[in-house]
Design a protein around this ligand. Structure first.
Ligand SMILES: [Zn+2]
Length: 285
């Protein structure tokens, strides 16, 4: 599965590469189209990585302005999305360093997650569905916030943004194996945190002596890492083991919630400030 960003001209819109080469030749409309295309993705990345709306806005804005400034230096040896997420990640790290020394927030721990979830939750067809979506998005934002930063960035890029594992490895500058090992651990943690919101106890019921580590196996299976024989053995176990089946079910639902987080509406004030900054930069040249 690749990033869910429309990088091809399937819908009749120009590809990233076409826009990029036009932008490098000084076509400011092409540059703006590219920035508008990535804005919601970077905003969502900032929301899930930083866990608060203000920092997410800064991350999206700083990444897009950096992109505009460095469009001529970009060598094209990676995709536009890899390049942008690499920049956005750096801004997230800077934010984190700064916030370590910042005074402790006064609001309750739940407040930022609820705030973030308001931007991330899909409005449902009914008020009940909207409330459920919001509740799950809040629980997910809280679960992601509990992850160690090195696991959080892998899960957000792979499972929320839909970036491929080799591309995540490029963004982080680590091996694909390291990405996958962090990813499996992160998925298990988030599943455990999300279980109560999915109507399941957070403490997994004790596995039987013969139970394999189905959660890791299932996660590896999704990444295409499991031999068909192992897969068949796992499926045979699931048929007869209720505990493992429940555990797998909550992992599936957790990942579905990650993947179905909509790209948020970027606040109008953020769109306007990015536009102003980029026009100011283009006029300087
Ligand atoms: Zn079992």
């Amino acid at each position: 599965m690749g990033a869910d960003i429309p990088t091809s001209s399937a819908a009749g819109s120009p590809t990233d590469d076409a826009l990029l080469s036009a932008a490098r030749q000084g076509d400011s409309a092409a540059l703006e189209t590219l920035l508008v295309r990535y804005q919601p993705h970077l905003y969502r990345f900032g929301l899930t990585m930083c866990g608060n709306v203000e920092d997410a806005g800064d991350v999206a804005q700083e990444s897009l302005i950096s992109m505009a400034r460095s469009v001529h230096d970009f060598r094209g040896d990676s995709s536009v999305s890899t390049w942008l997420y690499t920049m956005a990640r750096r801004f997230c790290i800077k934010k984190r360093r700064r916030s370590k020394f910042a005074p402790t927030r006064e609001e309750s721990l739940d407040a930022p997650a609820t705030d973030v979830a308001q931007h991330l939750a899909d409005p449902g067809p009914t008020p009940e569905q909207t409330a459920t979506n919001r509740e799950l998005a809040t629980a997910l934002a809280q679960a992601i916030a509990t992850l160690d930063p090195s696991q959080r960035e892998v899960l957000v890029l792979r499972d929320v943004e839909g970036v491929s594992a080799p591309e995540v490895a490029k963004i982080l500058g680590v091996s694909v194996a390291a990405v996958k090992s962090r990813l499996h651990r992160a998925r298990l943690t988030v599943r455990g945190e999300l279980a109560p919101a999915l109507g399941r106890p957070s403490i997994a019921s004790p596995r039987g002596v013969l139970c394999p580590d189905v959660l890791t196996l299932f996660s590896q299976h999704l990444e295409g890492e499991i031999e068909p024989g192992v897969c068949a053995a796992m499926e045979a176990h699931l048929v007869q083991c209720h505990h493992c089946r429940e555990a797998c079910e909550t992992l599936k639902r957790t990942l579905a919630i990650c993947r179905q987080l909509p790209t948020p509406n970027v606040p109008a004030s953020l769109v306007a400030s990015v536009k102003t900054a980029i026009h100011a930069f283009l006029n300087q040249r």
